[in-house]
Each structure stands twice: as structure tokens, then as C-alpha cells.
Design a protein around this ligand. Sequence first.
Ligand SMILES: [Cu+2]
Length: 138
Amino acid sequence: MNHVITLLLFAGLATGALARQPAADDATGRVIVIKMVDKSTAQWRFEPETVTVHPGDTIQWVQEDVVPHNVEFKTVPDDANLGDAVMGPFVFAKGEVYELKIDERFTEGLYDYICTPHDPLGMKASFTVAPASVDVTN
Ligand SMILES: [Cu+2]
């Protein structure tokens, strides 16, 4: 009888350990930095303009300029569910960061985004969410 209870306890502990595994993976996700820059006078760009990320990674858009910029998604995979992240807030001060975790909102595929006011001036970029099995070097 005692053996049965002990086994059940071990089974419970093992299940708990497995359930925590994805969180541990998330904690080791990469941070991908994309700069918001002015290449010349009023030539605003995201740099780099294309990156590939994995689920669990975090993208940080870093303001390197003095003109407000943001991240607004234009074309995303059909099954993505970005919610409020569809249009992010403006970053103002140099060094300010807008950050998105590539979590369950982001399914695999291509994400096209712009800076809302500067899209007509060419401030647009994209990233691809690829499965963890795909090696990426940005
Ligand atoms: Cu902008």
C-alpha cells in the first residue's frame, strides 16, 4: 500500500517537472535587436530589415533616432493573433526599447511591419518565425 502511494507521488513530481520544461526553454530564448535609425536626413529605416526568429525569442526595437517610431503589422500569417501588438506604441527618446516576445500570438510564417508615419518614406521591414529546428543566424 505504501509503495502505491510513493509511486503516485513520484508520478506527480515527474509530471510537474515535464510541465515546467517549456518555460525553461523560453527563458533561454535569444534577444534580437532591430534598430530604428535615420540613415541620412529623414531616411528612416529598421536595421536589419529582415531577421528570422524562433518561438521563445524576444525582438527588441531600439530607438536610435530622435523622431518617434513604432511597429505596426501589415501582413501576418492567417492564424497569428497579435491583439494589441498589431500596432505598438511610439518610442521617443534615444535608447528607448519596444519589445515583443515571440509567444503563442506568433505562429510560424512571415510578418511584414511598418512604422506608421514613415511607411511612405520606406520605413518597413519583416521577420520570419521559423520552427526551433531551423538554424538561423541573423
Ligand atoms: Cu518611424
